[in-house]
Ligand binder design. Structure first.
Ligand code: NAP
Length: 282
């Protein structure tokens, strides 16, 4: 089977490494010629080009560009594809992509491999990036079952754990466990740095330890990624932020009213609830 990958960065490159080792013929397309040469030299792809016509022989194409380029790339790709080809994408937000691409190409399956690192670009690509992690597929009523099964089979070969859900449910869930933490953590850093007394701020900076390091990590990351989350998952992120503000107000009220029983009960509930989130188990 010929697999095409458009966008040879962290995710596209890591896919290429794993899929080639599974015996698939992998054809890569990326914007820059340098990236294409490097992808061939490092064994990420069998062949690469900056031109989409390379994918005329592809059976399944993974679109791994930044989110903003996914739908425009698919529009440019369609004239080159065979009519039975399946397109899937790896974008971290699903509703806007599925809504814009499904009407263009019948055999389209929205996808999101929930794996990554803090790095980006082809040099950050690594083997087994997807193993053991969730891979979400977001078919809609009109998505052909055969196309879903084909993409699922490939995702399974990466040793990923497959989940199926509606695009909107994906975006809601991801806003809660991925995009909300970035904004909460960003707010935490901003709250600390807004301390008006320079001596207290300096002392806080010197005393900061593992608690601050852990809770500030995602809010102090790549600003482009944070803006991407807010821009493409705006509705769901706002919904999560309003929920968070409600919880913050509850905590403030409990502390203002010195309602230590209510606060303790809330913290007990949270301790138990946290263990139900997969990365916090065990
Ligand atoms: P990345 O490392 O920056 O890679 C994207 C690559 O796409 C770039 O290296 C660039 O390569 C190429 N590219 C950019 N615009 C292009 C275009 N118009 N046409 C063709 N190639 C283009 O980004 P990434 O982290 O792999 O993310 C890619 C996608 O995966 C995004 O949609 C993101 O939402 C999704 N995703 C990311 C993560 C994560 O943790 N990073 C996790 C899951 C899903 P050249 O310019 O060098 O050719």
């Amino acid at each position: 089977m010929n697999i095409g990958i458009v966008g040879l960065g962290l995710i596209g490159g890591s896919l290429g490494l794993d899929l080639r080792s599974q015996g698939y013929q992998v054809l890569g397309v990326s914007r820059r010629e340098d990236t294409c040469h490097m992808a061939i030299e490092t064994g990420v792809v069998d062949d690469a080009s900056s031109e989409l016509k390379l994918l005329a022989v592809a059976d399944v194409v993974f679109i791994c560009t930044p989110i903003a380029a996914i739908a425009p790339t698919i529009k440019q790709l369609i004239p080159h594809l065979s009519p039975d080809a399946i397109i899937t994408d790896v974008g971290s937000v699903k509703t806007p992509i599925v809504e814009s691409v499904a009407p263009l190409w019948h055999n389209f399956v929205g996808g999101h491999p929930m794996s990554g690192t803090a790095e980006s670009g082809l040099s950050a690509a690594q083997r087994n990036l997807f193993a053991g992690n969730p891979y979400v597929l977001t078919p809609i009523e009109t998505t052909p079952l055969k196309a879903v099964e084909q993409v699922e089979q490939i995702a399974r070969s990466l040793q990923a754990k497959i989940y199926h859900c509606r695009p909107l449910d994906h975006d809601r869930a991801v806003s809660l466990i991925s995009h909300l933490p970035v904004m909460v953590s960003a707010g935490l850093i901003a709250a600390c740095t807004s301390e008006g007394d320079p001596a207290v701020l300096e002392l806080a900076q010197n005393l900061a330890s593992s608690g601050f390091r852990d809770t500030s990590r995602v809010g102090g990351g790549n600003p482009e990624l944070g803006v991407m989350m807010a821009r493409y998952n705006r509705q769901e992120l706002l919904r999560s932020l309003h929920r968070y503000r409600y919880q913050l107000d509850e905590l403030i009220a409990q502390i203002e009213q010195e309602d230590w029983n209510a606060l303790e009960q809330q913290l007990q509930n949270n301790r138990e609830a946290r263990s139900h989130f997969s990365s916090c188990k065990g």
